[in-house]
Each structure stands twice: as C-alpha cells, then as structure tokens.
Design a protein around this ligand. Structure first.
Ligand code: UDP
Ligand code: MG
Length: 324
C-alpha cells in the first residue's frame, strides 16, 4: 500500500468498508456524493470490498468506472470489518477522513456539522449515538454492558456508544496507520493516540437495507479483542482469583484443624468433590485467559501483512503493482 502523507491530493476522503451491501451501495454513493458536493472541496470515496459474495463487488466496480471520485479496493477475501476499514484508511489520501458504514446507519449528511466542529481545532470528531433506532434490546443491553466493562478495565478513555463513525485529521490518521497490530479495535486505537478529540452526538438510524453482519459471535470476538489489546487486567484477575482461592483453602484448613483438636473428626466430605471441581474449573479458566494472550502474541509474531488486495478500480488514481 502506498504511503499518502507526502501527497495528500484531496481535501476529503470518505472511507467505507462494504461486505454484502448490494441493496445499499447505490443509495450510499448518492448520499455521500451529495454531501461531499455540498462541501465544495475535492473529495474521494474509498469503497473497500471485503470479500463480498452477493454482487456488491460488481456494483462498486461499476460505480468506480462511472465516477472519478470513487476508488474501489477489492480485498483478496473477507478479512472482517476492522481490517477492511484499515485497508481503506491506509489507501485514502485526503486531508480529512470520514469513516462511514455502508448501511447508512450513520447519516453522511452530518459531515458539514462535523467539519465545522473540526475547524475549532480538533483532530478527531467522533460520533456518539444518542439513540439507536431499530436495534434489538439485546444488542443495546450487551453493547452498554460491554462499554461499561471496558471502561473499568482500560486505561484509555473509550467513549461509550461510539462506533467507528468519525472525522479524523490527516495527522491523527497517520498516527493510526503507524500502529501495526493485527487485532484492531479501531475506535480504541484512535482514543489511545490522544490529541484533541471531541464527541459529536447524533441519532443512529436503522439499516438502509440488509441485516447486520455482526452476529453475537462476532460481537463477542470484537469485545475480546478490545479487552486483550488494551488491557492486561484479565491476567491480573487470574492472579487475584488464585490468591482468593488460596485464602479460602487456608480458612477451610484452619476450621478442620480446630474441629479435629476438640475431637471432632469431620466425616468424609462430599464437598471435597465440589471443591476439586471448582478448583479445576478455575484453573482451566485462568489457563484460558493466558491462552487468549499467548495466542495473540503468536499471531502477532508472524508479522503477516494485515490483508491482501485483489484489484483496485479507480479512474483518477494510477494503480501500481506495489498496491496489490
Ligand atoms: N463489514 C465488513 N466486513 C465484515 C462485516 C461487516 O466490511 O466482515 C462492514 C459492513 O458492510 C458495514 C460495516 O462493516 O459497512 C458495519 O457492519 P454492520 O452494519 O453489519 O454492523 P453493525 O452496524 O450491525 O454493528
Ligand atoms: Mg450497521
């Protein structure tokens, strides 16, 4: 991927990771284009195709062939939302960068107001959801619980109810792009950078078309990524648990000794089995926590590239072999 700092040719890049979003891309393109035109400065729309299987690829290629402003990056397979987004962020070359979802849950029309906010001297203007239309109570409850837990564990301030929808300065993006890690929780990484950041409250809409690509399993994985990449609190929790059970054992031992000294031999304990089971499970759980970190270290040490690109379609950009 090319490095863009030296020749940031456009004022604004809108970066959108797209999985299977066939029913939404035309509308997305229309609304983003309208918004960018309103701004009156040069712009590009970077659409990253994340191994789509429903014709999204062809639809986006068509857009890129018709519209000079569209850059279509087709990844070699489905790498997941955060990696697809990283690919777009690395490739875009705007002075300011807007991150958007393809499903139009975050209205692109807010760009103007976000730009105004950024003019006050902020490097990051991040969207903060006031309401989330059309999302199940389960998603709302689990998201709120997740953010509460994360805030307790993590040293950096990660705003609750903020997704990846945000406007960033080139300076902030260059910092983000300089972080090579594989397990990417981008909203957290952006907070971690520092600089001047400000929340931008907005109403989140329901999906324009299709259904969420974040089922429970992916949500849990994202949550585990977030926790392990920003905190070693779970490891500390493991030692804490060890100490706690050690103390408990000591108390039980004292009790038995005292009873024995007054002549009470305690009868064969069924509870013994329970204790062994509990201890066994606690040990396995702690091993599991270690494993999460160890596995991530293993994956990181391979130092594989984050993604590969299959094809780039753009009328305005010369694409070299280096990009692929
Ligand atoms: N997405 C992606 N790769 C994936 C899953 C999702 O690029 O493997 C994109 C998707 O097209 C959308 C964004 O990531 O633009 C957010 O996904 P989604 O709307 O399904 O998540 P939710 O808003 O429900 O959290
Ligand atoms: Mg969505």
């Amino acid at each position: 991927m090319e490095k863009n700092t030296a020749r940031s040719a456009v004022m604004l890049s809108v970066v959108v990771p797209c999985y299977n979003e066939l029913d939404g891309v035309a509308e997305l393109h229309r609304r983003v284009t309208d918004t960018c035109l309103e701004q009156g400065s040069s712009y590009e729309i970077v659409l990253v195709i994340d191994g789509a299987t429903d014709g999204t690829r062809e639809a986006i290629f068509q857009l890129a062939e018709k519209d000079d402003h569209v850059v279509a990056i087709d990844l070699a397979r489905n790498y997941g939302h955060q990696i697809a987004l990283s690919a777009g962020l690395e490739f875009c070359r705007g002075q300011r960068i807007l991150i958007l979802d393809a499903d139009l849950q975050d209205p692109p029309e807010l760009l103007g107001a976000m730009m105004t906010k950024m003019n006050e001297g902020f490097d990051v203007v991040y969207g903060q959801r006031q309401s989330r239309d059309g999302e199940s109570w389960f998603k709302l409850a689990s998201a709120s619980m997740f953010y509460r837990l994360l805030r307790r564990m993590v040293d950096v301030e990660i705003a609750a109810n903020s997704g990846d929808f945000r406007l960033m300065s080139r300076r902030a993006l260059d910092h983000l792009n300089a972080m090579p890690e594989r397990y990417r929780f981008i909203r957290g990484m952006v907070s971690w950078i520092g600089l001047k950041q400000v929340a931008f409250p907005y109403e989140r809409h329901r999906r324009f078309a299709g259904t969420t690509h974040y089922p429970l399993k992916k949500m849990v994985l994202l949550a585990v990524d977030a926790m392990t990449s920003f905190s070693i609190a779970p490891l500390r929790f493991a030692s804490l648990l060890g100490m706690l059970f050690g103390l408990l054992g000591l108390v039980v031992l004292c009790y038995t000794l005292i009873e024995w000294s007054v002549g009470n031999v305690l009868p064969g304990w069924t509870s013994l089995a329970a204790i062994v089971l509990i201890l066994g499970s606690v040990q396995l759980m702690v091993l599991g926590i270690f494993g999460e970190y160890l596995g991530r270290m293993y994956m990181e040490t391979k130092r594989r590239p984050l993604y590969f690109v299959n094809e780039i379609v753009s009328r305005s950009r010369a694409v070299s072999d280096k990009d692929l």
